[in-house]
Each structure stands twice: as structure tokens, then as C-alpha cells.
Write a new protein. Structure first.
Ligand code: PGA
Length: 251
């Protein structure tokens, strides 16, 4: 049985004070969240502060990015080992904002995925098509290309440690959520790809989250789909009530 993973992606929001307050609220509210995993991914500079709040609780902390080299002259970058060192369990990789605004390629994501696994982190690797790609009927092709590029060279055992987040780019921060059927269709396709490349055992193990305008009032229906194993939540993770609404729907 796959456990649902509800992760909040705070993006470039919050300050030290509001991050700690939200973390404290989440720690308290998520105390009784049974049969699912909860995580928050604050901006890098607040990772340590948030990790301190969650220490000894069930809530995991994740970074929103990391670099693939282990150490050295890479000004401004942070290694996966450093992320692990401050108490993180997860790292989001290949988010569409990084792919499209910061021009990260699947090759970059692949290097980072390998580095994250080596450091003992769980990478949450995002895949998703643009609106134009969906309208052109190329969603399957785009997902397959991102999948093969981002996971190249992973063994089956490594692939089992990866969390995939399907995030249609047209649904992120737009309020335009994919219908539960649209999400399930792509999730099923990703599951089939996993079977094709790594076998049934891996395919049945890997958690595939949905992300893109998930809110308390649509979460239940989306999470009810058999191949949707959780949510990567942006906007609605910034307030405790809306995030808890999603966690409660998941429960
Ligand atoms: P959203 O963002 O929930 O605000 O659409 C999701 C994401 O980008 O991970």
C-alpha cells in the first residue's frame, strides 16, 4: 500500500517569523494525521528554522532545489548533503518554475536526482506539460521525454525512493485544476512507464503526487483517484486552514 504524501511548496514566500509561525501551526495541526505523510518545503534560508520546529514530529522538511555537486567552487549553490545536514528529508527537483523560468533541463534534473539519492534525500521530481503541449495532444510525449531524461541511469532500487509529482504547468497557480479524470489518466500513463522501464514492483511502489491548484474543496475528489498518491501544494499550503483542509481530505 502506498502512503499518501501531502507536501507544501512554499516557493519564494514567507519571512523568518511567518515561516516559524506556520511551521508551529502545522506541527500542532498535523499531530493526528494518520496513515499519510506530511511535509513542508520552505525557502532554503528558512530550512533550518523550520526543521528545528518539526524535529521529533511526523512532519518532514524539504528543500525546493539543490545542486548536484557535493562541494567546491559553486558560488550560490547548496549541495544535497547540506540540505540533508540541516534536517531535510525531501528535495523538490525539476519544478516547472525552474524548468521554464530558470531553464533547467531534464539532464540537470537527472544529475540532481542522482545526487539527492546519494545524499539520502527523497527527491520529489516534477513532470508536466504546458497548455500548448496539452492542446497539441503531446502530453504523453512530453511526460515520457521528461521521465526518461530525469531518471536516466537510476536502478530499480533507486527509482523506488523517488516521488514523482505530476504538475500540469497550466494548472499551477492559475486556479485551473486538472479534472480528477485528467490527472488519473496521466498518473496511469506514468505508472505504465514505470512498469515498462522498471517492472511492476517498482511501478506499484512509487508515489505519484498531483500538483496544480489543489485546494481543500477539490482535494478529496482528486486524491480519491487510485493512481493519485498525494499532492504537491503551492498557494494553499501558505495558510494553515487551507493546508489542513487538504490534509483532512487526504485522511
Ligand atoms: P499551486 O502550486 O498549488 O499554487 O498551483 C503547485 C506547485 O507549483 O507545486
Amino acid at each position: 500500500m502506498r502512503r499518501l504524501l501531502i507536501a507544501g511548496n512554499w516557493k519564494m514566500n514567507m519571512n523568518h517569523k511567518t515561516a516559524v509561525v506556520l511551521a508551529e501551526e502545522l506541527k500542532k495541526a498535523a499531530e493526528n494525521a494518520a496513515h499519510l505523510d506530511v511535509a513542508a518545503c520552505p525557502p532554503l534560508v528558512y530550512l533550518q528554522a523550520v526543521a528545528n520546529v518539526f524535529q521529533g514530529t511526523k512532519v518532514g522538511v524539504g528543500a525546493q532545489n539543490g545542486y548536484f555537486e557535493e562541494e567546491g567552487a559553486f558560488t550560490g549553490e547548496i549541495s544535497m548533503g547540506m540540505i540533508k545536514d540541516v534536517g531535510c528529508k525531501y528535495v523538490i527537483l525539476g519544478h516547472s518554475e525552474r524548468r521554464h523560468i530558470l531553464h533547467e533541463t531534464s539532464d540537470d534534473v537527472c544529475l540532481k536526482t542522482h545526487a539527492a539519492l546519494k545524499a539520502g534525500l527523497t527527491p520529489i521530481v516534477c513532470l508536466g506539460e504546458l497548455l500548448s503541449e496539452r492542446e497539441a495532444g503531446t502530453t504523453d510525449f512530453v511526460i515520457r521525454r521528461q521521465f526518461d531524461g530525469s531518471f536516466s541511469g537510476l536502478t530499480s532500487e533507486q527509482m523506488k525512493q523517488v516521488v514523482i509529482a505530476y504538475e500540469p504547468v497550466w494548472a499551477i497557480g492559475t486556479g485551473k485544476v486538472a479534472t480528477p479524470d485528467q490527472a488519473e489518466e496521466v498518473h496511469l500513463g506514468i505508472r505504465a512507464l514505470l512498469t515498462e522501464r522498471y517492472g511492476k514492483d517498482v511501478a506499484e511502489t512509487v508515489i505519484i503526487q498531483y500538483g496544480g491548484s489543489v485546494k481543500a474543496d477539490n482535494a478529496r475528489e482528486i486524491l480519491g483517484k487510485p493512481n493519485v498518491d498525494g499532492a504537491l501544494v503551492g498557494g494553499a499550503s501558505l495558510k494553515i486552514d487551507s493546508f489542513m483542509g487538504i490534509i483532512n481530505a487526504a485522511m
